[in-house]
Design a protein around this ligand. Structure first.
Ligand code: BJW
Length: 282
């Protein structure tokens, strides 16, 4: 039996499925990934830009980075990979959940079932106040630029690497409309920050309620960031199988793990997830 047939046969008997998505899912929508070729952070490492320390040290630099990201995400259109997951999210005969590490909003734009979508690392279009005395949070703000000083940040990545265009004093960055003093920050999860408790609880609840999860689709992620990557092992521990959709799969044989009869115990679909995923889920 060929790989696709084997996967589809398994899929049609699955009662519980999780998808774990990463930046590669949005790559063909024109949004850069973080690591590897096409990585966002060629001149600036993730540690430089996606940490609370970076924001504390140079909020202007970090806001320029996120202004570029917001602008790129606003322009991007969901691809057939996003659409295939949206379709899956409305099927009534399976218990389903998408865990996305992406903050680009593309799954929401692709009309994913909101009840079955969890954004592990937040969303670029959420804003929150950094003043610990203030609880201001705006769930969806699509304004661009957020302040006049953040205009012209769109082209910073035109050469494929981040070059901040200017130094921006804190007074010219977005401030909280409620307390008027706190700087606003993007509602994303930076390194060293906990994932939103509500989100973690919902994942745990789903994993417990639907034990065993039969399948996890691992789509366009380097599986290098925790705790997101740990969900793959959680599903495996429950006896579930893994299907990887990625342009680079160095351990194809390990993922596919064929038994003595040559039957697939997992599946590795190498290529653009915008093509391989809809094909596999057809
Ligand atoms: C395609 C494709 C195409 C390309 N089709 N495929 C040591 C050991 C273990 C853990 C740690 C450790 N030291 C520190 C930690 C914890 C840390 C961590 O995991 N660090 C690792 C780097 C080691 N994790 C954290 O800090 C997390 N928080 C935490 O642990 O809290 C604990 C805590 C508890 C209580 C109190 C306090 C703390 C938080 C992690 C937050 C990650 N944030 C970021 C930035 C979000 C905001 C933003 O977007 O700017 O999230 S980092 C970045 O990586 C982003 C992504 O969501 C995440 C994952 O990346 P992803 O999506 O996998 O992208 P890439 O680029 O890595 O991979 C793309 C893949 O696509 C590649 O494989 C390509 O081949 C493929 N691809 N084109 C299909 N067309």
């Amino acid at each position: 039996m060929d790989k696709l047939e084997s996967f589809r046969n398994y899929l049609k008997n699955c009662k519980s499925i999780i998808s774990l998505c990463g930046a590669g899912l949005s790559a063909s929508s024109g949004l850069p990934t973080f690591r590897g070729s096409g990585g966002l952070w060629k001149n600036y490492s993730s540690i430089d830009l996606a940490t609370p320390d970076a924001f504390h040290t140079d909020a202007g630099l970090v806001w320029q980075f996120y202004t570029f990201r917001r602008h790129a995400a606003l322009k991007a259109k969901p691809n057939n990979g996003h659409k295939a997951l949206s379709k899956l999210s409305y099927l009534e005969n399976i218990n389903y959940l998408t865990l996305t590490q992406n903050v680009d909003n593309a799954s929401r734009i692709a009309k994913h079932n909101p009840k079955k979508l969890l954004e592990l690392h937040g969303n670029l279009f959420t804003l929150s106040c950094t003043n610990f005395m203030c609880t201001f949070k705006e769930e969806q703000n699509y304004n661009h630029p957020l302040t006049p000083a953040l205009a012209d940040c769109e082209d910073e990545f035109s050469e494929g690497s981040f070059q901040p265009v200017k130094e921006i004093p804190e007074s010219e960055l977005p401030h909280c409309p409620r307390c008027n003093t706190g700087l606003l920050r993007p509602g994303v999860v930076w390194f060293g920050e906990p994932l939103p408790l509500k989100v973690i609880d919902k994942v745990d609840e789903f994993l417990v309620k639907n034990d065993p999860i039969n399948l996890i689709l691992v789509i366009g992620t380097s599986q290098s960031v925790w705790p997101a990557a740990a969900y793959i092992d959680r599903v495996k521990q429950q006896g579930g199988k893994v299907a990887v959709f990625n342009t680079e799969i160095p351990d194809m044989e390990t993922v596919e793990n064929k038994n003595a009869k040559g039957e697939y115990q997992g599946w590795a679909f190498k290529g653009d997830a915008a093509i391989t995923l809809p094909l596999a889920l057809e």
